[in-house]
Design a protein around this ligand. Structure first.
Ligand SMILES: Cc1cc2nc3c(=O)[nH]c(=O)nc-3n(C[C@H](O)[C@H](O)[C@H](O)COP(=O)(O)OP(=O)(O)OC[C@H]3O[C@@H](n4cnc5c(N)ncnc54)[C@H](O)[C@@H]3O)c2cc1C
Length: 285
């Protein structure tokens, strides 16, 4: 472990000032389940942890007419223990309840998962299909970025120097809508996804609308695949439309061969998981 300084921010302004003044080796500390591993393995220089867990906006879950706002550092266990999230956002529960194990879920946050920007991150496809929007604070004020545009490469994202993620906002679920997330790993838990996938859709009078599909671990960033949603929209849900959506997702995937899976296996899994999340999301409508 490299020697690291620790600072606790009580407000967003304090956090922005600490990050701006201390340069690129200052890192936001949320749950630390990625960051402390990074500091220990010395994969990046880490000089300062800026602990944001004492900033109320970053630690709260709130609902209003527009939808749900999850503070960037809210740990996963609070998400799947929240009755309204369980009732209205089951895909968030899918993701939150399989990141790491129970101990990791006591610390790990959706904000940390998004800002770590791993291609296989298990909350990002869910955040994408639920039309998540990242609320960012920085030296030049506040801005908002759609989650699907947040990651720019493995481990990189749109955050500029001095900026931090404050919260992620999700619109209220539409009537007759459903969503789901699944991943494939070689064992039941504590592994990185070989492939993951999420779907949200609406079904009114038997016709699908607003279908969104996202897939992970098959490109440099988690992918939003509009063509897969287009294959469902305007049609009744059928084996044919589901197969067309799965084929569109497979087509969009550009995976690599590595120790977790081959290109062929990953392309195959994209189609399998896309089909499964569509069927689960439809079952939840
Ligand atoms: C044993 C183990 C198992 C794991 N299993 C999984 C798994 O199954 N699926 C999965 O996706 N991940 C897994 N992870 C990785 C990790 O737990 C998740 O990515 C987690 O969501 C990270 O959240 P955190 O709050 O701990 O982030 P941190 O470690 O605190 O932060 C992660 C990165 O994001 C930055 N950051 C955090 N919050 C902000 C913010 N508000 N603004 C700006 N930057 C910020 C940090 O500076 C750091 O670079 C696992 C990790 C471990 C150690």
């Amino acid at each position: 472990m490299q020697p690291v300084k620790y600072a606790r921010a009580a407000t967003l302004d304090e956090a922005v000032a600490m990050l701006s003044e201390n340069g690129r080796d200052a890192y936001v500390l949320a749950g630390g389940t990625d960051l402390i591993v990074t500091a220990r393995e010395r994969t990046h220089n880490v000089d300062l942890f800026v602990d944001v867990k004492h900033i109320p906006e970053v630690m709260s879950i709130s609902f209003d007419d527009a939808g749900l706002t999850i503070g960037a550092a809210v740990p996963c266990y609070k998400l799947y223990n929240d009755e309204r999230i369980v009732a209205d956002y089951p895909a968030i529960v899918d993701s939150a309840s399989l990141i790491g194990g129970t101990a990791i879920q006591g610390r790990a946050s959706f904000g940390g998962n998004l800002c770590n920007s791993g291609p296989a991150a298990d909350s990002i496809p869910t955040q994408i299909v639920l039309q998540g929007s990242a609320l960012i604070a920085g030296p030049n004020g506040r801005r908002e970025v759609a989650v699907e545009d947040f990651c720019t490469g493995p481990g990189s994202n749109v955050l500029e120097r001095g900026e931090l993620l404050v919260a992620i906002r999700f619109p209220a679920p539409q009537p007759n809508s459903g969503a789901a997330f699944e991943r494939f790993i070689p064992r039941n838990e504590m592994d990185i996804a070989v492939v993951n996938a999420a779907c949200s859709l609406q079904i009114d009078g038997g016709t699908v609308s607003n279908a969104r599909i996202s897939i992970g671990a098959v490109a440099a960033t988690p992918l939003y695949v509009p063509a897969a949603g287009d294959a469902l929209d305007g049609n009744p849900l059928s084996d044919e439309t589901i197969a067309a959506a799965a084929a569109a997702a497979r087509e969009a995937a550009t995976p690599i061969d590595d120790m977790r899976g081959s290109i062929k296996q990953r392309k195959h899994l994209v189609a399998v998981l896309t089909e499964r999340v569509i069927r689960t999301a439809a079952g939840r409508v």
